[in-house]
Write a protein that binds this ligand. Structure first.
Ligand code: FEO
Length: 395
């Protein structure tokens, strides 16, 4: 059933407690998610976004309990990935002539997904839709994070419907930020930013500054995932300005995989060396073969520098590290320094290969890394510790 946001806005989305991964297996969602859809009732009625495809019938049935579908004058699609456009087909079976307001790219994406000749109305930045006492203004937000993305601002109620922007994969019984554990929400918001929006940080920074320059009154930010920013909505905008600007904390993260513990021992010794030179730095060790890849990437996001470690296996590096390196490349981290390490038995190629991979991903390489043959003894571990000390000094 719908939940009241304001006198004119009702949440009609779906809370997905069961979701454990998103984008296939690309992104872990330990705390579920929600697909937020909003019904705006003024003299005219608009529905903003729908929900993910598996819940399309549930969505439309619940919507019918809230409103006679024929009273919906407009459908606004801020972004048309299937988690938001998934119920369109089910909905438009009932109200096929209802105009869909979206960007031109949005229309192309909907056509590409559903292959239907629906009643599209293309909108651009600054276009408006009068609902009576309130008005919707559309703001294109291209590549945040798809080409079709736009935000919708509702004047009168002073709400920004930001779709994925400012969202979090966070299932909650409560709708608002003042009713939930904000430590959890901020963890999920940062993980979301890192794993979905970080490659587009330059565009995010520009777009946020452009919107702030409009000086729009802002009472709420209603994203399409997670909780609504009602109490001090500017707080998440401030965070985005920091996260989008080559974000880093005083942290170094060591991400390693290990076969017989040798590379793990090296990781610990390097960490000890970093800590010796820089005791105030947070140093974290992450086992790429065992821990969640997206949580590890979020640790890298927070770091000023990181190290990647893998034993040499079959003249290359491990499966888990290969995945991490590919994801690091895709997320386009800025202003981060790195080096590599690993144990080996004969060819010992991994360190050089990993270093080259990071270099191609735009990471600043501090040095050629460190390798140890077979199982490191105390002397070799002392070398690793020294390596950590030198790495810390170079930051
Ligand atoms: Fe939540 Fe890009 O879809």
């Amino acid at each position: 059933m719908g939940k009241k946001i304001t006198n004119k806005v009702t949440w009609v989305g779906k809370v997905d407690w069961e979701l454990t991964t998103f984008h296939g297996e690309e992104l872990s969602t330990h705390r579920g998610s929600s697909y937020n859809s909003y019904l705006v009732r003024d003299k005219k009625t608009a529905l903003i976004d729908t929900c993910w495809l598996p819940y399309d019938k549930e969505f439309v049935n619940n919507l019918k309990k809230e409103i006679d579908l024929n009273k919906i004058d407009y459908i606004i699609m801020n972004h048309n990935e299937i988690d938001h456009s998934g119920a369109l087909e089910e909905l438009l079976r009932e109200i096929p002539q209802t105009p869909i307001y979206c960007t031109a790219k949005g229309e192309a994406i909907i056509r590409g997904h559903y292959h239907k000749d629906w009643n599209f109305v293309n909108v651009k930045t600054g276009d408006t839709l009068d609902l009576g006492e309130t008005k919707l203004t559309f703001i294109e937000a291209t590549m945040l994070h798809w080409p079709d993305t736009m935000f919708t601002y509702m004047s009168g109620e002073n709400i920004l419907f930001s779709n994925d922007g400012f969202g979090q994969h966070y299932a909650s019984e409560s709708l608002f930020n003042d009713q939930v554990d904000m430590n959890e929400v901020y963890y999920e918001a940062q993980k979301y930013y890192c794993n979905i929006l970080n490659p587009f940080s330059a565009l995010a920074l520009k777009k946020i500054k452009e919107i702030l320059a409009l000086n729009l009154p802002l009472d709420m930010i209603c994203p399409s995932h997670g909780i609504i920013w009602r109490e001090n909505p500017a707080q998440i905008v401030e965070k985005y300005l920091q996260w989008a600007d080559a974000y880093q904390e005083n942290q170094v993260t060591l991400v390693y995989d290990t076969m017989w513990q040798s590379t793990r021992l090296m990781a610990q010794a390097i960490a000890d060396g970093i800590k010796k030179v820089s005791p105030e730095t947070t140093v974290k060790l992450c086992h790429a073969g065992k821990e969640d890849k997206n949580d590890i990437l979020t640790e890298i996001f927070k770091s000023k520098a990181f190290l990647i470690g893998s034993p040499t296996i079959n003249n290359g590096f491990s499966f888990a590290i290969a995945g991490m390196l590919e994801m690091i490349k895709g997320l386009k981290f800025k202003k981060k320094k790195a080096a590599c390490f690993g144990s080996y038995g004969w060819s010992g190629d991994a360190v050089k290969q990993m270093t080259e991979h990071l270099q191609k991903s735009g990471i600043e390489i501090v040095n050629d890394g460190v390798r140890q043959l077979w199982v490191p003894d105390n002397t070799m571990l002392e070398e690793c510790k020294k390596f950590g000390e030198e790495f810390a000094k170079a930051l």
